[in-house]
Design a protein around this ligand. Structure first.
Ligand SMILES: Cc1cc2nc3c(=O)[nH]c(=O)nc-3n(C[C@H](O)[C@H](O)[C@H](O)COP(=O)(O)O)c2cc1C
Length: 400
């Protein structure tokens, strides 16, 4: 899959730099060529000689290398790659990227490139969780920088927690995904995905929620991204992290979700995987409700929430070409889902049985039936990311 791909690999100055040597080996095994760049600090951790020998290429180290700079070498170097990878990405290099600095070869290449950039952060757990690093992470994500890791685990410094660089095979997989995205069947398409539960307030501190983890919607957004789609991911407060490399819009209530969905249009396809509350509390209090000493609980009354799937399916102008709903049912799954498809006016319904015995809601597997105009197709039970991949491929075929 990486045959003929050109990777510009920037190695930052952290302990994990030694893993960059294995990464180079694995990339070359898969047919990629690697053009390595070492920061000044990285040379304290790995030698340019080892890097050059493994890469089978010159190591770039200096912004002011006059031979190359006669031809604006740093600009050429940043553009000649198919993908720019930073592994390890130090806290300092992330800060330079987030701040738009160009004060050494690595940061200048990152500013000058017109290619996608994937970074593998690696640092002490306190450095990673520091508010400054988290601010920089958010800025970089907003700029469309792709992330792989960091992972949780033991660190060279003896501490434990998030900050360990992703392992070379994970970085290779992320590189393959990033490059697949540039050329996949959904390249140039915009797909909207909703995910997670909604929270409907009772008062400022309490809310009504549901058991959706957001796992299926998240897997679907990642699968669509991997096929090259530009994904807008509108998510309620999910318990799994949002995927990288997509535009994330965070909402809480059903009404906020509808507004975010409408703001994200136009889209070629819209997939509504969120578990949206049917009702909100009509008499939500603006102050925390208190016990009044009489033993009488507060009386909550409910109002129906907007139906996001029906609203978008029935739009006259700007309806996405393909609208897909999810139907989570606990009984008569296919009959209910078929009725839902007809009632809401969407093109496809992905039906699943979320009765507690299935372990699907909040679990890692799903068993779905896809209902289209052509009929119902029941898929075998499989991991949610496999369901996502299969559905993403069907969406790509439908939009082709
Ligand atoms: C022994 C040692 C280990 C270090 N490990 C890390 C690390 O894992 N992650 C990190 O962000 N910084 C680490 N640093 C600090 C960086 O080397 C330092 O911030 C440097 O300026 C980064 O430069 P660069 O971003 O240009 O590579 C380490 C420093 C030392 C002395």
């Amino acid at each position: 899959m990486l045959a003929g791909k050109r990777i510009l690999l920037i190695i930052g100055g952290g302990i994990a730099a030694y893993k960059a040597l294995e990464l180079i080996r694995r990339l070359r095994e898969r047919g990629a060529s690697v053009s390595p760049v070492l920061t000044r600090a990285a040379e304290e951790f790995v030698t340019p000689l080892s890097v050059a020998a493994l890469a089978g290429a010159n190591v770039h180290r200096d912004l002011f290398d006059l031979t190359a700079e006669a031809e604006m070498g740093h600009i050429q170097l940043s553009r000649a790659a198919d993908l720019v990878v930073v592994a390890p990405a130090t806290a300092d290099l992330m800060a330079r990227m987030a701040g738009g600095l160009a004060n050494d070869l690595a940061s200048t290449l990152l500013m000058a490139t017109d290619k996608r950039v994937l970074i593998a952060p690696a640092m002490n757990v306190r450095m990673w969780t520091h508010p400054a690093t988290q601010r920089n992470r958010a800025v970089l994500e907003g700029d469309g920088i792709l992330f792989v890791g960091p992972n949780d685990g033991d660190m060279a410094c003896g501490e434990h927690g998030p900050g360990r660089m992703a392992e070379p095979p994970e970085i290779v997989a992320a590189i393959e995904a990033a490059l697949g995205a540039a050329a996949g069947p959904l390249a140039g398409r915009h797909v909207l995905v909703t995910s997670g539960p909604t929270h409907e307030p009772i008062d400022p501190v309490r809310y009504i929620a549901n058991r959706s983890s957001g796992a299926q919607g998240t897997a679907l957004a990642a699968a669509l991204r991997d096929l090259g789609a530009g994904v807008t991911f509108v998510t309620g407060p999910a318990s799994v992290p949002a995927p990288q490399g997509v535009t994330v819009v965070r909402v809480e209530t059903a009404r906020e979700m509808l507004a975010a969905v409408e703001a994200a249009l136009p889209a070629d396809a819209a997939i509504f995987a969120a578990a949206v509350a049917d009702w909100r509390v009509a008499n939500a209090a603006d102050r925390k409700l208190k016990k009044d000493g009489t033993g009488t609980p507060p009386a909550l009354s409910f109002a129906e929430n907007p139906d996001i799937l029906a609203t978008i399916s029935q739009r006259e102008a700007g309806r996405p070409r393909l609208v897909v709903g999810f139907a989570a049912e606990t009984d008569d799954v296919i009959a209910h889902a078929a009725a839902k498809r007809a009632r809401k006016g969407c093109d496809w319904i992905v039906a699943n049985d979320v009765s507690p015995a299935t372990g699907i809601m909040g679990g890692s597997e799903n068993a779905v039936t896809l209902l289209t105009a052509a009929g119902a197709e029941t898929w075998p039970r499989m991991a949610k990311d496999r369901v996502a991949r299969r559905l993403a491929e069907r969406i790509a075929e439908a939009l082709a």
